[in-house]
Design a protein around this ligand. Structure first.
Ligand code: IMP
Ligand code: MG
Length: 175
């Protein structure tokens, strides 16, 4: 089956929105230092672009998690592939994610990080698919709400491909 990518959000729109988010975050965190936690791998393009538009001091850490498959008993739980390098205790933590779909990954991750006693814990996502949500999760900063489609680009992959596209595209399969 051939894959075709249809542009959903063009590069200029994504870049503009990220700039606005950076400005908003800078205002909200005035006088503080933000500890950005990038969720690998998808969050990496968004994190670096966002950070360029934040004008309060920023430190970074990275975490990689995977969801257990739906067929396992522990469905909905997450497995830590790479944990943070540094403690988050007492820090103003902002999690940066590429997309929130069911919300399962993030709701477990938020719980886990809350237990490590950050001074504050907020969530920022480039994309949100609110129709797909199965958990109650508060998102503090959302780039774009999109319909239930499979999207790639700006960090998001299909079978590890297309992360480097500078726009958000919807993947279509044709035979
Ligand atoms: P959740 O636990 O269902 O919210 O899963 C979110 C994760 O699923 C994201 O961090 C992505 O890695 C992946 N994901 C969900 N929707 C898409 C999509 O449309 N394209 C690429 N990856 C996606
Ligand atoms: Mg992800």
């Amino acid at each position: 089956m051939a894959e075709k990518i249809k542009v959903m959000i063009p590069q200029e729109k994504v870049d503009q929105r990220i700039r606005e988010m950076g400005e908003q975050i800078s205002k909200d965190y005035e006088g503080k230092q933000i500890h950005l936690i990038c969720i690998l791998k998808g969050g990496v393009f968004f994190t670096t672009e966002l950070a360029k538009h934040i004008c309060v001091p920023v430190s970074f850490d990275f975490m990689a998690v995977s969801s257990y498959g739906d067929k396992t008993v522990s469905s909905g739980r997450i497995k830590i592939i790479k944990d943070l390098d540094d403690p988050v205790e007492g820090k103003d933590v902002l999690i940066v994610e590429d997309i929130i779909d069911s919300g399962r990954t993030l709701s477990h991750l938020m719980e886990l990080l809350k237990n490590r006693k950050p001074a504050s814990l907020k969530l920022c996502t480039l994309l949100d698919k609110p129709e797909c949500r199965v958990t109650d999760i508060a998102v503090d900063y959302t780039g774009f709400s999109i319909p239930d489609a499979f999207v790639v680009g700006y960090g998001l992959d299909y079978a590890q491909k297309y992360r480097n596209l500078p726009y958000i595209g919807e993947i279509k399969f044709e035979d």
